[in-house]
Design a protein around this ligand. Structure first.
Ligand SMILES: NC(=O)c1ccc[n+]([C@@H]2O[C@H](COP(=O)([O-])OP(=O)(O)OC[C@H]3O[C@@H](n4cnc5c(N)ncnc54)[C@H](OP(=O)(O)O)[C@@H]3O)[C@@H](O)[C@H]2O)c1
Length: 278
């Protein structure tokens, strides 16, 4: 008979796999302590063969776990909650990574009272252990459970505990941010090619420059403007390039992008919350 799972996932997609990989590589759980539920047998076969974890196509089997991660897409969550909510054990902590689904929206799905719940907003670099995840607990989460939630997301990057009212802004900044940065990386690589650099060389120059500049900001503790000034010689090459970026309103454009994504996150929430069926 399979061991009772400690940590279960409903939805075995990209983010669930990133977490499973991180948790196993950090040794936080034994493979046999993890259970994933997903409708697609082929997907489950692949997860079981790659990681040696338990799998099922029956969501109800996950309610045996001590902690249950909701890792489905926003429109799928209400159906999942209708299925598992009435069978929830009060001691089980729910972790939701579902975008836009606020903690207060869970209550109607749990007839015996809202369980301990943590809302989390990870981002795609979690797939390589370099993500950043914001977490917000409801008042029913114990100190030990919050520590466990923090450890789970720490396995795939950095973790920040934040008030939930920041989550739309977090979604617009770090949730969508990897796409903004990869767009900038793509554009810079093309710019290098336009100047005659071989594509492979341009890619290497850009990737290491973005990585190095990021680490410089993190490790120096200096304001980014100060670091920028250090490389900007009067009438020099960098000054000429920066002038073009400022003329193109790069700051306002990035600010507008984050604002649009934040507004989109706010608009997602009501669409994701149909009332439970009786
Ligand atoms: N990817 C990101 O960067 C990111 C960042 C932050 C937050 N998130 C959030 O993380 C969640 C998961 O994202 P993802 O990228 O991992 O999505 P995904 O790859 O589409 O994974 C979702 C999985 O859930 C399965 N599923 C669908 N209905 C189900 C049901 N009723 N019961 C059990 N499993 C079901 C899907 O199967 P089918 O494919 O067969 O439908 C799919 O395998 C989303 O809510 C998203 O908002 C994602």
């Amino acid at each position: 008979m399979p061991a009772k799972p400690q940590l279960a996932f409903i939805g075995g997609g990209t983010m669930a796999e990133a977490l499973i990989k991180g948790l196993l590589s950090q040794g936080l759980f034994e493979p046999s302590a993890l259970l994933v539920s997903d409708p697609l047998e082929a997907r489950l076969d692949s997860l079981r063969e790659t990681y040696g974890i338990q799998t099922t196509t029956e969501n109800l089997k996950t309610v045996e776990a001590e902690t249950l991660v909701f890792a489905v897409k926003p429109p799928q969550l209400p159906d999942v909650l209708r299925e598992v909510g009435p069978h929830w054990r009060p001691t089980c902590m729910g972790l939701s990574i579902v975008a836009g689904f606020r903690l207060d929206l869970f209550a109607p799905f749990f007839p015996q009272g809202t369980p301990p719940l943590v809302r989390a907003m990870p981002n795609t670099p979690c797939v390589i252990g370099e993500g950043i995840t914001a977490i917000a607990p409801n008042p029913d989460v114990s100190r030990e459970q919050l520590d466990l939630a923090r450890a789970i997301f720490k396995a795939v990057g950095e973790v920040l505990e934040l008030p939930e009212h920041y989550f739309d802004a977090v979604t617009g900044l770090s949730g969508s941010g990897p796409a903004y940065v990869t767009l900038i990386i793509e554009a810079l690589i093309e710019a290098g090619v336009q100047q005659g650099l071989p594509r492979r060389i341009s890619r290497e120059l850009v990737c290491q420059t973005v990585k190095g500049a990021t680490m410089l900001v993190q490790q120096s503790g200096k304001h980014p403007a100060e670091l920028k000034e250090q490389v900007t010689t009067p009438a020099g090459t960098t000054a000429a390039g920066l002038h073009v970026l400022e003329q193109a309103a790069i700051r306002a454009t990035l600010s507008d992008a984050v604002s649009a994504a934040t507004e989109r996150s706010k608009a997602l929430a009501p669409a994701a919350t149909p009332a439970p069926r009786n």
